[in-house]
Write a protein that binds this ligand. Sequence first.
Ligand SMILES: [Zn+2]
Length: 406
Amino acid sequence: MKAIGSVALVVLLAASSGAQAATTALKFGKLWDGRRTIPNAVVIVVDDKIQSVAANGAIPAGAAVIDLTRYTGMPGMIDAHTHMSFFWDPASGTNPLRQPPRPVAQTVTFAAANARRTLEAGVTTVRDLTGFDGADMQMRDAINRGAMVGPRMFVSGVGLRDNVIKNSPAEAGRLAKAVLDGGADWVKVYGSTGRANDLTGEATVSYDEMKSIVDTAHAMGRKVAIHSYGPNAARDAVRAGADTVEHATDMDDATIAEMARKRIWYIPTINHNQHYLERADTYQFSESDRANFRDYIARNVETARKAFRAGVRILPGSDAVFTAFGTNMEELRWLKRIGMSNEQALQSATVLPAEMLGMERSIGAVAPGYFADIAAVEGDPLADIEVAITKVRWVMKAGAVVVDRR
Ligand SMILES: [Zn+2]
């Protein structure tokens, strides 16, 4: 350092701090910040965070200006249930559900395409509920260090099932601890059967086992998501104090009431089966499979409608696998159908899932001090929810522009 004169050193420091403190001004025709609409909004972003949000706000000297006045700004959305590492190549000629095994490194590398498509849907955060061989954790870590472009991920690793729990509450708790010690952010439990074209929903994990898992995770300051395709495992999950219940068709009124009282989040993932139905040829589903999907969707919608009326907090989760990345927010159509207003649907994709994740002070809103996770959409999503589903044109994540289709 002695070789560098004081003036040169100052310049060097200024240059390096300049590189770190990049200031960007975003100009929106209007902005929905998660709670209210601000006309002619100017959002000042410094590094990865939002510094200020104001109507006709001043633009600091030297700021890079991005003109988005043609668009509506909104918080980057949060998909509450994905499987980001479930990759399929359409050119492979395989059935996505029956692919030959591939090395996990290849899965992670290829699944970057899923991550990118998810960002293109305006989704800047996901909760990912099952990845194999650590693929989900590898994606999360690669994204966090900038080695992969994708949404921030909260992951569960491999979900716990009855075949590893082996009818033992003590073992269930031990497994939950092992999952979290192994680097997972959440614990996922498969409380019932049900996946792909198996829509049976028979309970497989007991109340005592669920309770042991929930108590163990909560003692570690972590949360638990319980998968139940049918009503019985959902009832036990709610009794056991799960943080979120996934899918859960045909829940009884008492369970729904308890869910509302305990403020347990419900992620019905209705569009997941609609997606399978629309791509039944790709997945080689039979005619009876298709009929089963239609029947399941109808019951799923009805359960979600009852839960919404009862005051249960409902979040959009795509349950995206293989072919569904980029369609992540189609679930908002179903949330409208069960009775949400456009603004309620938008909040279910932004401020509310941020709270579910315990991140309500840093994501899910366009507000000072929050990560600069922002989407620009063409049209007004408060007037037409399709705008948030299919008209995302530009996305910033943590201050970096990651999608630009203007
Ligand atoms: Zn799932």
